[in-house]
Design a protein around this ligand. Structure first.
Ligand SMILES: *Cc1c(COP(=O)(O)O)cnc(C)c1O
Length: 360
């Protein structure tokens, strides 16, 4: 068996230890005589798995008691719509700060459901930076302020500025959740599709403050109502049981390694290895304002796009996959999620240096 180094943006690399554990438990989950895939979500065995996953996530992020954790479906994209439905009246303003394409999509989806106001955007800078917070035009009466702390396509990452005060911050953390410590109290609602940094596709994790669940801004079907999912422990209907289980194994793996603090140290070194190489190469280029470069997603460009095909072909031969940039941006992108080890980054840099030597 050969395992490649996987830099895919999502679905993405999973920790080998987690895959091995899942394989060990594949046919028979701890003496149940059945796979997790085959267990009812109401079965005591699955409830144990589900509760353990939530407890581990709470421990990893020190999630305060007044926040509920939801294990839902739909991907981040469904929640682009479900968030305004649950948090805002149709006539109520909602603020969006755009630092990349995902935030743009979130705002567009909310556009028919509430009064979307673009408080700031770095589109004119091709989403290579974060607009200075002093220029954000925030509405006093907004139901929430939506941010994308890590833009997966453009590779822009930032923390919400301190001066936001008591505003309800809603954050799409699909590609950064669990990559570093986080002060959950700064947010009203955090959401993340699992297939980047948490586990397999099919699961979306929400961390939402209880008082927001009490908002009833409009009539909604139960299946779209966060409060109903919370009341039912994310089992209003059949949850994505296998994805929930596998995410739980990822949370355990992370705790065994030392948690998000340890992961942040590793992630910082991985990102620095790659950015330092790119900046010093005189060949490759990353256009993002160095203050806001993502630790998780590193877009980079070759001096001539005509070289892209060769670069990718050689990478594949060297056991490096998932490097093709997003179709809207072109170039390359290396995603350095928690499951991507330093050895993968070192192998990538070695390949890039060799390619530059041959084509520079
Ligand atoms: C991948 C991604 C999405 C879209 O996720 P889906 O699960 O495909 O809906 C949204 N936001 C961010 C930041 C992402 O990285």
């Amino acid at each position: 068996m050969t395992r490649v180094h996987n830099f895919s943006a999502g679905p993405a690399a999973l920790p080998l230890e987690v895959l091995e554990r899942a394989r060990e438990e594949w046919l028979d989950w701890r003496g149940q005589g059945a796979s997790v895939l085959e267990l009812s979500h109401r079965d005591r065995a699955f409830v144990t798995i589900a509760e353990r996953a939530e407890a581990d996530l709470r421990a990893l992020l020190e999630i305060p008691n007044e926040y509920r954790v939801l294990f839902l479906q739909g991907g981040a994209t469904q929640h682009f719509a479900q968030i305004p439905l649950n948090l805002a009246r149709p006539d109520q303003p909602v603020d969006y700060v755009l630092t990349g394409q995902w935030g743009q999509k979130a705002a567009k989806e909310a556009g028919t459901l509430a009064q979307v106001r673009i408080a700031a955007s770095s589109e004119a800078e091709k989403f290579t930076t974060v607009p200075d917070p002093s220029t954000w035009r925030l509405s006093e009466d907004a139901a929430y302020l939506h941010l994308t702390p890590n833009e997966t396509i453009h590779g822009v990452e930032f923390e919400p500025p301190a001066e936001l005060g008591e505003r309800v911050i809603v954050a799409d953390m699909s590609s950064t959740l669990l990559s570093r410590p986080l002060d959950v109290r700064r947010y009203g609602l955090i959401y993340a599709g699992a297939q980047k940094n948490l586990g397999p596709a099919g699961l979306t994790v929400l961390i939402v403050r209880e008082d927001l669940l009490a908002r009833k801004p409009r009539p909604l079907p139960a299946i779209l109502t966060y409060a109903k999912h919370a009341e039912q422990g994310s089992m209003l209907n059949t949850p994505p049981t296998f994805a929930w289980y596998l995410a739980g194994l990822v949370f355990q793996w992370l705790r065994d390694l030392g948690g998000v603090e340890e992961m942040a140290e590793r992630n910082l070194i991985k990102a620095k290895t790659l950015y330092d190489y790119i900046d010093g190469s005189g060949f490759y280029r990353n256009p993002v304002d160095p203050r806001f470069r993502s630790w998780m997603n590193v877009p980079f460009f070759l001096p001539d796009p005509a070289l892209d095909v060769d670069f990718l072909k050689g990478a594949q031969q060297a056991g490096l996959i998932g490097l093709k940039g997003h179709r809207d941006l072109g170039g390359m992108r290396a995603s350095l999620y928690n499951a991507v080890p330093q050895a993968a980054v070192d192998a990538l840099v070695a390949y890039m240096a060799d390619f530059a030597r041959r084509h520079g």
